[in-house]
Ligand binder design. Structure first.
Ligand SMILES: [Zn+2]
Ligand SMILES: [Zn+2]
Length: 271
C-alpha cells in the first residue's frame, strides 16, 4: 500500500536474484495503522508475518516478504525519538521465518501543537517538510468528530487543514505529526531499503549444520573480561549465531576484535 516494493524489490533482485511481485488490493492497514485508528494486535514480528501471509494467500506463492515499523521513544537513548524497522521472509517450502531488524537513530518523527500554519515553520524545517508529509487533526476534537488530514505535502493543503482542524478543536489548536507511512517519509523508506539489504545478507548465509538459509546473529553473551581485574564485565563477549530451522548455535568473538572491557563497565571495578 505504501510503495515499499521499490526499495525491497531492488535489494532482493541485486542481493539474491529473487523477483519480488507485489499484490494489489490488500488492506494491510487492517493489521494496525501508525495513526492508531486501527491498533496493532500482537508483536511487530507477528504483524509482519501476518502481512506476509496475506500476500502469500492472495498470490498463491509459497514465499512472502513484509515489513513493519514502530516509532516512539528511542529504544536505547533516553529523551530522543527513535524507530525500529523489522522485516520478515516467510518460506513455506522450507518451513522457516527469517527476520531482521534495524534501529533508526534519526527518524524524522515528531509532533507539535499549533493554532495556524504560520507557527509551524520551525517544526516543518526540522522534519524536512514537504519531502516528509504531515498529518493534521484537531488537538481536542469534539466527541464523535473524526476529522483527520493525512499525507499533506504542500503549504496550501497544510494551511487549509490547519484552519479546519483548529476550528474543530475545543482549544482552537491543531495537532500536527509526521506521516510515517513509507511513501510519505523518505527517511523511513531509506531505512527500509537498508533493512532489506540486511535481510538479504542474512538469507545468503546458510546454516553450517543443515544448510537452510538465514543463519545469523540471534543473541549475545556478555562478560568481556575487564581490563583491570579480568572479571566478567557487562560488555558483549560473544555474538551468538543461530539457525532458523535447527538447534545449531555458534559463539563468535566480537567483530571489532575487542578482547578487554572498559573498567567502567565492570561491576567489580565500578560498582
Ligand atoms: Zn574490573
Ligand atoms: Zn540449521
Amino acid at each position: 500500500m505504501h510503495g515499499k516494493e521499490v526499495v525491497i524489490a531492488a535489494a532482493f533482485r541485486d542481493g539474491l536474484g529473487l523477483f519480488v511481485d507485489t499484490i494489489r488490493h490488500i488492506d494491510t492497514d487492517a493489521l494496525g495503522t501508525f495513526t492508531g485508528e486501527v491498533p496493532r494486535v500482537g508483536t511487530m514480528r507477528e504483524t509482519a508475518i501476518a502481512k506476509a501471509r496475506l500476500g502469500m494467500e492472495a498470490s498463491s506463492l509459497p514465499i512472502g516478504i513484509a515489513s513493519e515499523g514502530s516509532y516512539g521513544p528511542h529504544p536505547h537513548i533516553p529523551f530522543v525519538p527513535g524507530g525500529v524497522e523489522l522485516m520478515v521472509l516467510v518460506d513455506d517450502v522450507l518451513g522457516i521465518v527469517v527476520s531482521e531488524h534495524l534501529i533508526v537513530d534519526a527518524p524524522a518523527y515528531d509532533h507539535t501543537i499549533a493554532a495556524d500554519a504560520q507557527e509551524l515553520t520551525p517544526f516543518l524545517d526540522r522534519i524536512g517538510f514537504p519531502d516528509h508529509a504531515v498529518i493534521v487533526k484537531p488537538n481536542q476534537p469534539e466527541p464523535g468528530s473524526h476529522s483527520i488530514h493525512k499525507g499533506l505535502r504542500s503549504h496550501q493543503a497544510l494551511a487549509g487543514a490547519m484552519a479546519e482542524c483548529s476550528a474543530l478543536s475545543r482549544d482552537g489548536l491543531a495537532f500536527v505529526q509526521t506521516d510515517m507511512r513509507a511513501h510519505m517519509s523518505p527517511t523511513r523508506m531509506e531505512a527500509i531499503g537498508r533493512l532489506a539489504l540486511r535481510l538479504c545478507k542474512r538469507l545468503s548465509a546458510s546454516c553450517p549444520a543443515c544448510g537452510v538459509p538465514g543463519f545469523g546473529q540471534v543473541d549475545v553473551e556478555t562478560g568481556l573480561p575487564c581490563e583491570w581485574c579480568g572479571g566478567p564485565s557487562l560488555m558483549v563477549r560473544y555474538q551468538i549465531y543461530g539457525c532458523v530451522a535447527c538447534d545449531h548455535r555458534e559463539k563468535r568473538p566480537r567483530v571489532d576484535g575487542r578482547s578487554r572491557a572498559d573498567p567502567g563497565q565492570c561491576p567489580e571495578c565500578n560498582p
